[in-house]
Ligand binder design. Structure first.
Ligand SMILES: Nc1ncnc2c1ncn2[C@@H]1O[C@H](COP(=O)(O)OP(=O)(O)OP(=O)(O)O)[C@@H](O)[C@H]1O
Length: 629
């Protein structure tokens, strides 16, 4: 028989090396990963058999069998699921199809511990076999085919493929254990691992039956017995499921190594009958944000307990794409297609219910465990924000879940909820003030905040990329309008209180007095600005840029331009602080100096906003002239 030798894809070699070296302290997980794959293979067969019942033939009890041979030092995991063809063996066990692999590998450090965490999020799957085995052989026969093939490798950069005999469909994986791994040649050990990690698997997992009275001594009979519960976890009553079982099941559906943050398990009966079990992960997968809005895996659709497909895209809105779990419908037709799912009103209703459940779950967490909610927000807050724009029907509830740092925060991680903000509003304050900026420092030190800070008014500092876009959809909360402090008129008179009764008059007076200066600056700046006026926002800085109420923030305009998009040019206005000595000097300076100072006021405002100057060299010369002059 001919044996073909193939080289692994370069990334596989790297992943194998890492798995073997970083996951040794978690080595037990190999069994969970292989059982999980076997269970997926049984799920796939059950699904294909809906259309082609002959695939099941007379072998319709799908099961996963685990055996060991103490003399040969092997552990064998066999399933009668879908199997793999020759090409599938080569492709699935010789390449890594995930698009983020390269980036993932680049992210790895020399530190084994943090690698273990990362690899866990990446999902090691089949390759974990090599943690405990130095040679692995996989013999498989695809359902419906009469050919069988054996894939074999010693993780040394190559694998071989050869024709094989296998009487029935399915896959048998033989692990030739490494030196020192004999603990797995023990029925009791294997059994305990199945209980620990794979109890919830929906197919029987069978191990050699123990002989009476000889527990754990490795003396098993040839007969197999089912050791797991073998019922779909979500079909059991909530009260009968332990937290550990929920956690183990999460690892199976999500491929995550870590525990979930929270979950919600519900049965809905009525017009629509379905069960859902939704999890929120504790950590975002390594490529989660990079994968963007297309990364839509993680919600498995079952119909009457038959796995149909991954249907996150049809069953959950994009802003909940971090949710993992299963939904099992009693009513959808088994032969449902992706297209049908897209246009089904039943699916639409389930989607609505799942969205509500997920938001309920987050609300409960935010209410009862604010610190853990903060952990969630750090991982997924940026995604949840999309919902405010994408899902108007949930926007009000989602707004309550938003968190932002504010002018009262010591750092970017000290966050406030809108409800809290409203509670802290000053008497006479009638709006929720916020500022969008490109980064925390630009936001925190923004001159536009000065007058508000001076009055003790809190301003939300929205410093993340998505914020400018999202803020466009924030209209009102608790009946209070949102106001961007860097856009439009900022009328603070209502806030000034009795002690400041003279302020408006004083300001008007100052504005009047500054008119000649304003005219000089206008003449110096020409087309660069829409308008020049005396500001009510500034107390310390000499100037700042202000946009029209409906203009796009300048940092956003820059971002879009850099991405090659057409952006309608909006000119900012320059606001000046009439009390500032620099501004006052313009009134008395000669023409050339007044010109330099005016341009400087504009450039300083641009720098504070985070912009790149158009002509930095001219700016430097100008500053030097003024310094020496
Ligand atoms: N017992 C099996 N029967 C049939 N196909 C299998 C079996 N084990 C693995 N495969 C195939 O090999 C592929 C690769 O498996 P692997 O465990 O590496 O990744 P995965 O299961 O796709 O992803 P992950 O482990 O991250 O969830 C699987 O997607 C599946 O197509």
């Amino acid at each position: 028989m001919t044996v073909e030798t193939h080289a692994f894809q370069a990334e596989v070699k790297q992943v194998l090396h890492l798995v073997i070296h970083s996951l040794y302290s978690n080595k037990d997980i190999f069994l969970r990963e292989l059982v999980s794959n076997a269970s997926d293979a049984c799920d796939k067969l059950r699904f294909e058999a809906i259309r082609q019942p002959e695939l099941l033939g007379d072998d319709s009890t799908l099961a996963i069998d685990i055996r060991f041979d103490a003399d040969a030092r092997t552990v064998t995991i066999a399933d009668n699921g879908i199997g793999m063809s020759r090409d599938e063996l080569a492709e699935h066990l010789g390449t890594i199809a995930r698009s983020g692999t390269k980036k993932f590998l680049e992210n790895l450090s020399e530190n084994d511990k943090s690698n273990a965490q990362l690899i866990g999020q990446f999902g090691v799957g089949f390759y974990s076999a090599f943690i405990v085995a130095d040679r692995v052989s996989v013999t498989s026969r695809r359902a419906g085919s009469d050919e069988a093939w054996t894939w074999e490798s010693s993780a040394d950069g190559e694998f071989t493929l050869a024709g094989a005999d296998r009487a029935t469909r399915g896959t048998t994986i033989v692990l030739h254990l490494r030196e020192g791994e004999d603990e797995y040649l023990n029925g009791w050990k294997l059994r305990s691992l199945v209980h620990k990690y794979s109890e919830h698997i929906d197919f029987p997992i069978r191990l050699p039956a123990e002989k009476a009275g000889e527990e754990g001594d490795g003396d098993e009979s040839d007969e197999l017995e089912t050791v797991n519960e073998a019922t779909a976890l979500w079909t059991r009553a909530r009260s009968e499921i332990s937290d550990d079982e929920y956690k183990a099941f999460y690892k199976h559906v999500s491929g995550d190594f870590g525990d979930p943050l929270v979950w919600t398990h519900n049965r809905v009966e009525g017009n629509q009958n379905f069960t859902s079990l939704l999890y929120v992960p504790a950590k975002a997968p390594f490529d989660f944000m990079g994968g963007g809005r297309d990364e839509r895996k993680g919600l498995k659709l079952y119909i009457k307990r038959v796995f149909i497909m991954d249907a996150a895209e049809q069953m959950l809105p994009p802003y909940l794409r971090f949710v993992r779990g299963v939904v099992d419908s009693d009513d959808l037709p088994l032969n449902v297609s992706r297209e049908l799912l897209q246009s089904s009103r039943q699916v639409e209703r389930i989607k609505g219910a799942l969205t509500k459940r997920a938001i309920d779950l987050l609300e409960k967490l935010a209410r009862e465990e604010p610190e853990r909610y903060a952990g969630f927000w750090k991982e997924f807050g940026g995604v949840l924000k999309e919902g405010v724009a994408d899902d108007p029907s949930s926007a009000e509830r989602l707004m309550k879940l938003l968190r932002f740092p504010s002018t009262q925060s010591a750092g970017p991680d000290e966050l406030v909820a809108l409800e809290q903000y409203v509670e802290r509003m000053k008497p006479g304050q009638d709006a929720i003030y916020y500022l969008t900026a490109d980064g925390w420092n630009a936001a925190r030190n923004s001159p536009q905040l000065e007058a508000l800070k001076a009055r003790g008014i809190e301003v939300l500092l929205m410093h993340e990329r998505i914020d400018e876009w999202m803020a466009g959809y924030l209209t009102r909360f608790a009946d209070k309008p949102f106001r961007n402090v860097a856009k439009g008129e900022l009328d603070l008179d209502a806030l000034e209180g009795a002690d400041d009764a003279g302020t408006r008059a004083k300001r008007e007076e100052a504005a009047k007095a500054a008119e000649p200066v304003v005219e000089k600056i206008k003449a110096a700046l020409g087309e660069r600005v829409k308008e020049v006026k005396v500001s009510s926002r500034l107390t310390d800085s000499a100037s700042c840029l202000v946009l029209g109420e409906y203009d796009m923030a300048l940092h956003m305009q820059r971002l879009l331009k850099a991405a090659g998009q057409m952006v309608p040019g909006t000119q900012p206005s320059l606001e000046i602080n009439a009390q500032h000595p620099l501004v006052q000097r313009i009134g008395t300076a000669d023409e050339a100096t007044a010109q330099d100072l005016s341009l400087l006021l504009f450039e300083q405002a641009q720098i504070a906003e985070g912009a790149q100057l158009e002509d930095p060299a001219a700016y430097v010369q100008r500053v030097n002239r003024l310094l020496l002059g």
